[in-house]
Ligand binder design. Structure first.
Ligand code: MN
Length: 228
């Protein structure tokens, strides 16, 4: 059928060791999933049910590279996160079956306009402009799930201009990946192509144009962006 406008492109992420790509359907993000980051944001680090927000799928910056400093903020923050890429979805996915939905894992940065987020929290308004802007989701190539299984531990780190700012371990996540998938699937039907950003450890902070941000997760490679 003919379209009245050009059909929007589907964003896609490279896959390590493959010429094929991973097309992106939706992006879900988990808030406060590491106790030390919950504390630094003034939250309660206890195991409250996880909460979620979204980013538009075309916010991805596949493989990193240059990222334009966004307008309407003077306090842009980095948040390094483990990203889960789904090969299968469904509703009410049991925790025990959640790993079976995963295609692979990547390193991502949940870029955040912290000043707008603080204003939204204060007024009880949504976070969309703070979290869901253009190029707000840089992401590394995806590493397919290996025969050794799913990463339950391993260093997650980020540096700005060579100075380390964040270092945590995947084992510190309050809600594990399987629990996050199960929980989201109670509210929406997950589907192939969905990405889930699973939260950041402590050490978040501002970046400015010219900054070079590098981050990585043990076994999943690295990601670098330059703010321009
Ligand atoms: Mn985040």
């Amino acid at each position: 059928m003919e379209s009245v406008i050009p059909i929007p492109a589907t964003p896609a992420i490279p896959v390590y060791g493959s010429p094929a790509v991973f097309p992106v359907r939706r992006i879900y993000c988990v808030g406060r999933n590491y106790a030390d980051h919950a504390r630094e944001m003034g939250g309660d680090p206890n195991r409250e049910p996880p909460f979620f927000f979204g980013k538009p799928h075309d916010a991805v910056v596949p493989g990193g590279g240059d990222v334009s400093y966004p307008p309407c903020t003077s306090n842009l923050h980095y948040e390094v996160e483990l990203v889960v890429a789904l090969a299968r979805g469904g509703r009410d996915i049991p925790v025990a079956e959640a790993h079976g939905c995963i295609f692979g894992y990547a390193v991502g940065i949940d870029l955040t306009r912290r000043d707008l987020q603080a204003g939204s929290k204060e007024k009880g308004q949504p976070w969309d402009t703070a979290k869901g802007f253009d190029q707000s989701a840089p992401i590394s190539p995806i590493t397919p799930v290996s025969p050794e299984g799913h990463p339950a531990s391993g260093a997650i780190w980020l540096s700005v201009n060579g100075v380390e700012k964040q270092r945590g371990d995947l084992s510190q996540m309050t809600w594990r990946v399987s629990e996050v998938i199960a929980h989201i699937s109670r509210f929406v039907a997950l589907a192939p192509g969905d990405l889930i950003f699973t939260g950041t450890p402590s050490g978040v902070g501002p970046i400015v144009p010219g900054d070079r941000v590098r981050c990585g997760i043990d076994g999943l490679g690295e990601l670098e962006i330059v703010m321009v």
